[in-house]
Design a protein around this ligand. Structure first.
Ligand code: COA
Length: 439
């Protein structure tokens, strides 16, 4: 049986996002559909039709994301679902085909998602590009390793006042941390700063804090308090939605504040990167009870454009053979080095697939790590495996940052109030990875 697969029209919305909502127990609310309608253009929703009825769909919202040395256009894959009546008939594959062809035609060099299932997307050339995790920290074990003199001024701001400084801070932070997506004002308004009841999960209102250092907006935090007490003893927690500083001092001052709120027994936060500042700031980092999972998944749709959009450290070029089954226009031998990327006729040193290239692109993983896991094939005895034999890395390092908003299945944790964790966090420090790679 074949199904019609095509981009949708405005008149077909919101039925076009119905399949994923089936799994959340019912159609999207009007508010939610409005917010999707604002952020996801209708012609970026691809749907599968069976006799005129939508049985599967996959969407994209276009955005800009940070990569080492700059920003690049990207396709944020989201709202992917196939009705259980039609599963395992190749509909997801057909949707991914149509979507990636469309992304390619539009000239977006990379696609990017958060996966509901980590087994799903590597077959389409996505590679896990970062790990991320949640913390739950008891406030009485949350001291910094030493006393830092408090700095800056904190104040509560309302959503409209927040948009401008928060977006500037977020962009500055993104420039330092590959893998953060840059939010539009619509995104800030309808997603990040919106505070509908269904997102509160039993907590209070969202609080928006602006940090100024030397009079300059330098960081912000979004959180809500979940108050509870037993026999007068606090049992509640602070739920940190996001805390972003544009410098180490700003990040430290934000966390000093978040860890100090009275009446809260614990602090919870999600989507922290593996190398978050807190690990080394705290005297007792194990008390973070960090619980990790895969984070961003990246797919290079136009390898030449993507590789040339980022910067590299001085050093030797690397030659690899890329086998890109799903987007064969990328296959071939590539030379990547300080001068950028180009096709090459030279003997390759490594052989890899698109998923492996997606994993190294932002710098979260190295070729050496992938080789040690058997994810890439060494064709010569290269120096990238053993750190002791590793030459100066050819690339800028930086940890893909767990951007908010791109949560849950596909991307948008728009699925608010539903199981996929609507509140996300983003801070992200540089990562010190070793070994040779793009990273
Ligand atoms: C996951 C889902 C989209 C798959 O759709 P589908 O049309 O059944 O998928 P296809 O028939 O095209 O299968 C595609 C491939 O993925 C595999 N696959 C499908 N669902 C899978 C799952 N849940 N876990 C692991 N692999 C899965 C299939 O075996 C197939 O593999 P192959 O290419 O090696 O043959 C669908 O079952 C669904 O909507 N599930 C609930 C919502 C969800 O998880 N959405 C994904 C959001 S990130």
């Amino acid at each position: 049986m074949t199904y019609e697969i095509r981009a949708t029209t405005p008149e077909e919305f919101p039925a076009t996002i119905g399949p994923i909502f089936h799994y959340f127990g019912g159609p999207p609310s009007v508010d939610f559909a409005d917010s999707v309608g604002l952020l996801v253009p209708h012609d970026r929703i691809h749907a599968a039709f069976d006799d005129g009825a939508v049985v599967g769909s996959a969407s994209v919202f276009p955005f800009e994301t940070s990569i080492p040395g700059g920003f690049v256009r990207a396709a944020g894959v989201t709202l992917v679902g196939v009705l259980p009546t039609h599963r395992r008939r190749g509909i997801l594959r057909s949707l991914m085909r149509a979507q990636l062809d469309d992304v390619h035609e539009r000239g977006e060099p990379i696609a990017y998602l958060w996966a509901s299932e980590d087994a799903l997307y590597s077959r389409y050339g996505y590679g896990v590009a970062s790990f991320t995790g949640n913390i739950e920290l008891s406030r009485d074990r949350a001291s910094f390793f030493r006393d830092f003199e408090p700095e800056g001024r904190l104040r509560v701001v309302d959503p409209e006042e927040a948009i401008e400084p928060f977006s500037e801070i977020q962009r500055r932070a993104a420039a330092q941390h590959p893998g953060m997506f840059v939010r539009t004002p619509d995104w800030w308004r309808s997603r990040r700063l919106a505070d509908p009841e269904w997102r509160r999960e039993g907590g209070g209102e969202m609080v928006r804090i602006l940090l100024e250092l030397d009079g300059r907006p330098s960081g912000y935090a979004l959180y809500r308090l979940h108050f509870s007490a037993e026999r007068g003893i606090p049992k509640g927690f602070t739920s940190v939605i996001e805390a972003v500083g544009d410098s180490p001092t700003a990040t430290r001052e934000l966390w000093r504040f978040l860890l100090s709120i009275d009446w809260m027994e614990r602090v919870r936060a999600g989507l922290l990167p593996l190398d978050h500042e807190l690990f080394l700031l705290l005297q007792e980092p194990r008390r973070l009870t960090f619980n990790y999972r895969d984070g961003l998944w990246v797919r290079l749709v136009d390898v030449e454009t993507a590789l040339n959009a980022r910067t590299y450290k001085p050093g030797e070029a690397i030659f690899f053979e890329l086998d890109d089954e799903f987007c064969p226009w990328n296959s071939g031998i590539w030379e990547v080095g300080p001068a950028g990327a180009s096709r090459s006729g030279r003997e390759p040193e490594l052989r890899l697939d698109a998923s492996a290239l997606g994993s190294v692109f932002l710098g979260g993983f190295t070729f050496g790590q992938l080789a040690r896991a058997g994810r890439i094939e060494e064709l010569v005895d290269g120096p990238w495996i053993a750190p002791t034999r590793c030459p100066a890395p050819i690339a800028i390092r930086g940890a893909p940052r767990s951007s908010d908003g791109l949560g849950g299945f596909g991307v948008i944790p728009l699925v608010a109030g539903r199981p996929c964790g609507t509140d996300c966090i983003a801070p992200n420090p540089p990562r010190s990875s070793r070994g040779r790679g793009l990273g």
